[in-house]
Design a protein around this ligand. Structure first.
Ligand code: ZN
Ligand code: FE
Ligand code: FE
Ligand code: FE
Length: 168
């Protein structure tokens, strides 16, 4: 679906578009996380990234099940928002020398990713209710809870350690 063609005609089309958007986003996150794991120094932060990488793999397969439930082939559509968040994180990381400050930057970038995902899943769950797609809603709700938990865990790591260390 292009930006300049009006090929989204119904709520079902819009729903499919957003499902494709988050599918693309999750796959970009899968590609970005290993690099974040490599760059991070704080052990808890590294562990949080690793466990979220494993969760993200499951989230991708849940989305594939969601496509199947609505009789569509799993397919992504480009998401400039997630690309922007990831590009910005990489650019910023490239400018940071201190390891503790880098951890704080990586943590903040990861939370920006989680918040983007939370908005997308929240929207899809609301639309699932309107379109009577209960099975999809349940799948996406499992993922939404993981995203919220990941975000909370990152906040806790930041408050407890990473931000304190970075401010010295
Ligand atoms: Zn589009
Ligand atoms: Fe995710
Ligand atoms: Fe998007
Ligand atoms: Fe996530």
């Amino acid at each position: 679906m292009g930006l300049f063609t009006k090929d989204i005609k119904s709520m079902e089309d819009l729903y499919l578009h957003v499902l494709q958007d988050i599918y693309y986003a999750e796959k970009q996150i899968l590609k970005a996380l290993p690099e974040m794991i490599e760059k991070a120094t704080n052990r808890e932060l590294t562990a949080a990234f690793k466990s979220h990488l494993a969760e993200t793999e499951k989230q991708v397969s849940r989305l594939e099940q969601a496509f199947t439930l609505i009789n569509e082939e799993p397919k992504g559509t480009s998401c400039p928002a997630i690309d922007g968040i990831i590009d910005e994180a990489n650019e910023l990381a490239g400018e940071i020398e201190d390891k503790a400050v880098l951890d704080a930057a990586l943590l903040a970038a990861a939370q920006a990713v989680e918040h983007y995902e939370i908005t997308r899943y929240g929207t899809l769950i609301a639309w699932s209710a309107e379109l009577n797609r209960d099975a999809v809603s349940r799948l996406l709700n499992t993922t939404l809870n993981e995203e919220k938990a990941a975000d909370k865990k990152l906040s806790a790591i930041g408050e407890k350690k990473v931000n304190l260390k970075a401010t010295g």
